[in-house]
Design a protein around this ligand. Structure first.
Ligand code: G1P
Length: 278
């Protein structure tokens, strides 16, 4: 079966972005022209997906408002582009009742997913070019769960889910184990889960058997560990750019890099940076 559906968890607090996220969801933080979550929805859309579930929670209503059709009297070209996409996709929302971790949030997608493979895109991460499109291609060859990974410096393994794996072919690895946020000593590699996955619906049974892990939360990585023992799971080494907007330095870098590449703003920002001499 093809990947037709996407799930976007957007329920986490955004503590690393405080006080910006005191009264607004971290997924609504702007990057150049639009909030992060719009990049994520567009990534799903440009990867061929038309059915999208966003998992929200407390204080996240702005996300739902953002994806309503606009009724502005005079339209703006960015709004028109968004409206064109909204005409073609169905976006559904469900609220996580308590903040019990990413794994718990994903559980809320079970009815929506309805026994199909699905793409999972973390709502605070931007990938360029769209990583989901690439892992769907990998899924079409392997027909099982695929995780996108990237190499990170060893001192950063404690921030990510890290995999143990063996190479299969160019950029593809067979996943042998997964550990959520290990210490440098525990980390089986420096290949980090970057927030884009294709998962088989068997993940939901695994989530039901997943006990609270790191930080006392239900970790998706722990459920995927169970899944990797039941069926083959592959990792895909993504060579593009990934911005984790849940952290201030990456968020600022994303703004600078994407503004430099922007048709409207690029030149002005480039001149400004030159003047700064930074
Ligand atoms: C989550 C996942 C982790 C993954 C990371 C990617 O962690 O639990 O496995 O590597 O996203 O950003 P979080 O960043 O929400 O703490």
């Amino acid at each position: 079966m093809d990947v037709r559906k996407a799930v976007i968890p957007a329920a986490g607090y955004g503590t690393r972005m405080l006080p910006i996220t005191k009264a607004q969801p971290k997924e609504m933080v702007p990057v150049v022209h639009k909030p992060v979550i719009q990049y994520v929805v567009e990534e799903a859309y440009y990867s061929g997906i038309k059915e999208i579930l966003i998992i929200t929670g407390k204080h996240k209503r702005a996300i739902e408002d953002h994806f309503d059709r606009s009724n502005l009297p005079k339209k703006d070209k960015h709004i028109e582009k968004l409206d064109r996409i909204l005409n073609e996709v169905n976006i559904y929302f469900v609220r996580q009742r308590e903040q019990k971790g990413l794994g718990d949030a994903v559980k809320y997608a079970e009815a929506f997913v309805d026994d199909e493979p699905f793409a999972l895109l973390l709502g605070d991460t931007i990938t360029i070019p769209p990583c989901t499109k690439e892992i769907i291609k990998v899924y079409e060859r392997y027909r099982t769960s695929i995780i996108a990974v990237e190499e990170v410096p060893v001192e950063k393994v404690c921030l990510y889910g890290i995999i143990a794996c063996k190479p299969v072919e160019n950029s593809i690895y067979l996943v042998e184990d997964l550990v959520e946020k290990p210490s440098v000593d525990e980390a089986p590699s420096n290949l980090a889960i970057l927030g884009r996955y294709i998962l088989t619906p068997e993940i939901f049974d695994c989530l039901k058997n997943t006990k609270p892990g790191k930080s006392g939360e239900i970790q998706l990585t722990d459920a995927m560990r169970i899944l990797s023992k039941k069926e083959y799971m592959y990792a895909y080494l993504f060579k593009g750019k990934r911005f984790d907007i849940g952290n201030k330095a990456d968020w600022l870098k994303a703004n600078i890099e994407l503004a430099l590449n922007d048709k409207e703003l690029g030149e002005e920002i480039r001149t400004f940076l030159k003047l700064l001499g930074a």
